[in-house]
Design a protein around this ligand. Structure first.
Ligand code: PA5
Length: 440
């Protein structure tokens, strides 16, 4: 069976990779021996094996929620929803919302937009829906607010006892308001272990339950991740995670490439990029350092961002996620009149056009001074998404240690929360409230 492949040859030279190899090996050893900063948050390293005993239970819960409901609302923000959304969007039909398949997994608690929440409440009115409420800390404002709104609506629509059967909480074992609430109300719960941070939690119940609720094979996802665990233990020359960490750090530290664009040629991968941006942005962006993770969906964005990428400031590197074999086949038809001049494509698969666009873009960007790295997934399914998730997580841990930051904390996220609470006059924030108002 094939595995995910990585190609760095259009980005860095072989001698640069040889020279950086000892630093990568040192960072990997720091990660795997648990001797680096944030070493109390590396439980995700063995998660694909540790989670196996919970899979049957997660599948059973998903089955109940699927049987009972037309819609399942997954409440969470950041690492508490992006992984599940990335996998679900990558595997669902692009038009699943319009095809009317039931149940649908939809998302809340990832913003505080009043219109979003109003429209969600309207959509759920008089429908059977379930809730998966996910928050490791159990105190994050956005999901807590959405949970209170939707729990109230569910209880009003179904009665408290029936609502209880359709609510599942995923949170800390003991701490936090969500744990207190779940215990008091008697909700079904799953635990996010202390040693697993939000953005590294997609292979825990945080990701697995919403993915199973969307009807996907979480066993295969975990099998893929387990296979990648083995690959990540291989030496540098056979280890895509080490090579990726090496190449992007060469480009950042030696070539002045400050921005990494994750590019795809399949719009279904849009949320994979969103998940990846959080993983790398929150893990590495600290102490005044790090590559800025950005993303583009091609060929769409070649008609909006293409000019800048080709010709703007030369601070970009690009990493493409390529899918070798699409899941469906569309053959381009012959047309007698050929008014659009496209008969030269007749009989070809649309993917052949897409692949030539991919190759042409890569060569153009390399010529324009944008080094290009490429991951190839043999196809888009649970198994290869599992491989990709674990590989990106493992590479992120190595890359963070190469940058000499703690990849597993996120102190910067607190700044906006403190100001927001002060401005909202949250009890306990009186001093901050006075200080911030004096600035307005
Ligand atoms: O990676 C992280 O730790 C964060 O992105 C969290 O997932 C996010 O802030 C949500 O936190 P919580 O799950 O505690 O509500």
């Amino acid at each position: 069976m094939k595995d995910l492949q990585f190609d760095y040859t259009k980005a860095v030279r072989a001698e640069q990779m040889t020279a950086i190899r000892p630093a990568v090996e040192k960072a990997m050893s720091t990660l795997t021996t648990g001797s680096g900063a944030g070493n109390d948050f590396i439980g995700w390293l063995s998660l694909p094996k540790d989670i196996e005993e919970q899979i049957a239970d997660i599948e059973a819960t998903a089955k109940l929620l699927r049987e009972e409901n037309e819609m399942i609302v997954c409440i969470g923000i950041g690492g508490s929803y992006l992984g599940a959304k990335a996998v679900n969007e990558a595997l669902l039909s692009s038009f699943s919302q319009l095809e009317g398949n039931k149940p649908q997994v939809i998302y809340a608690g990832q913003n505080i937009g009043e219109d979003y929440l109003y429209e969600l409440q309207t959509l759920l009115r008089n429908r059977k829906f379930g809730i998966i409420s996910i928050s490791k800390s159990g105190t994050t404002t956005e999901p807590a607010l959405a949970f209170r709104l939707l729990k109230t609506q569910l209880e009003q629509q179904q009665g408290k006892e029936s609502a209880k059967k359709n609510i599942v909480c995923i949170t800390d074992r003991k701490r936090g308001a969500l744990r207190t609430l779940a215990t008091q109300e008697g909700y079904k719960t799953y635990v996010i272990e202390d040693n697993i941070g939000g953005r590294f939690s997609v292979l825990s119940p945080v990701g697995l339950l919403p993915i199973a609720c969307a009807g996907f094979d979480i066993r295969s996802l975990i099998e893929g991740a387990k296979r990648m665990m083995d690959i990540c233990a291989l030496p540098f020359d056979e280890n895509p995670a080490m090579q990726y960490a090496a190449a992007r750090n060469i480009l950042y530290q030696q070539e002045g490439k400050k921005v990494e664009l994750l590019a795809n040629f399949h719009p279904k991968l849009h949320y994979v990029s969103e998940w990846w941006k959080q993983l790398y942005g929150e893990s590495e962006g600290k102490d005044g350092k790090a590559i800025f993770p950005a993303s583009v969906d091609f060929t769409t964005d070649l008609h909006s961002m293409g000019q800048y990428i080709q010709d703007g400031e030369r601070h970009l590197m690009e990493t493409v996620i390529s899918v070798e074999k699409p899941n469906h086949e569309v053959i381009f038809p012959h047309d007698e009149q050929n008014l659009d001049g496209l008969n030269f494509l007749a009989g070809k698969r649309v993917d052949e056009v897409n692949k030539m666009a991919e190759l042409g873009t890569m060569l153009a960007h390399v010529d324009g001074g944008v080094p290009n790295m490429k991951f190839t997934l043999p196809c888009l399914n649970e198994y290869y998404l599992g491989q990709m998730i674990y590989m990106f997580e493992f590479a992120c841990g190595i890359s963070g240690y190469m940058l000499e930051v703690n990849p597993f904390n996120q102190p910067g996220v607190e700044a906006y929360k403190k100001n927001m609470f002060a401005l909202l006059d949250k009890p306990g924030y009186e001093e901050e409230s006075k200080a911030i108002r004096a600035r307005l």
